[in-house]
Design a protein around this ligand. Structure first.
Ligand SMILES: [Cu+2]
Length: 199
């Protein structure tokens, strides 16, 4: 991280130097190339264009280093229920801001379950959500969704992945599943609740 910061700092310094070279008032190479009367200054023009190209490359490098959604993801797996039990396992999830997570929501129970936390959904940037399936021992992606996600429902025996980068720190207690059982109680009322901490 420190290395990246230094590299970015260097690339900013290079950009500033080039901007200084290119905008030195009367001595500006652009101005010399454009306004010099009587003699053609192709060398100056070429240098100025070269500087502009270098400037473009330098700013491109700075952008690539800053794309937090392209890190290697940290895997976090949550079991949504288990046969006969309505609960999240684990019940407490921990994340850190600025890191990319692959949050795997695995439902190996006999009921559908929601992963709902509106507070959490406001504190993360979503890169994508994926529907996955196990085929011959391999995880195969069936569909991919881009855009903000508010909650995800996973059907019995299935899994989904939420690729996200936490952007705000805090502790929220609204993780729950609001599906109702046949007697009218929600899974949350039966204990399917949880806490999420972002540091
Ligand atoms: Cu549920």
């Amino acid at each position: 991280m420190a290395d990246c910061a230094i590299r970015r700092r260097q690339s900013v310094d290079i950009q500033l130097q080039i901007i200084r070279i290119c905008t030195k008032g009367k001595n500006s190479l652009f101005q010399q190339a454009i306004f010099k009367k009587g003699e053609t200054s192709m060398a100056s023009l070429r240098f100025a264009l070269g500087a502009a190209v270098v400037l473009g490359i330098a700013s491109g490098a700075a952008l690539a280093a800053g794309d937090l959604s392209r890190q290697t993801p940290i895997e976090v797996t949550v079991d949504l229920g288990s046969p006969g039990k309505h609960e999240f396992a684990p019940k407490q999830l921990k994340f850190e801001t600025g890191k990319l997570y692959k949050l795997i929501l695995r439902n190996s129970s006999n009921d559908p379950h929601y992963f709902t936390s509106h507070a959490f959904s406001q504190m993360v940037f979503t890169r994508k959500a994926q529907v996955t399936q196990q085929q011959n021992g391999k995880t195969v992606t069936l569909a991919e969704f881009k855009g903000a996600i508010r909650e995800i429902e996973v059907y019995p025996g299935q899994s989904a992945e939420w690729w996200l980068v936490p952007i705000a720190a805090g502790r929220v207690n609204d993780l729950r599943c609001d599906i109702k059982t046949s007697d009218g109680k929600t899974h949350a009322e039966l204990g399917m609740t949880g806490e999420i901490v972002i540091e």
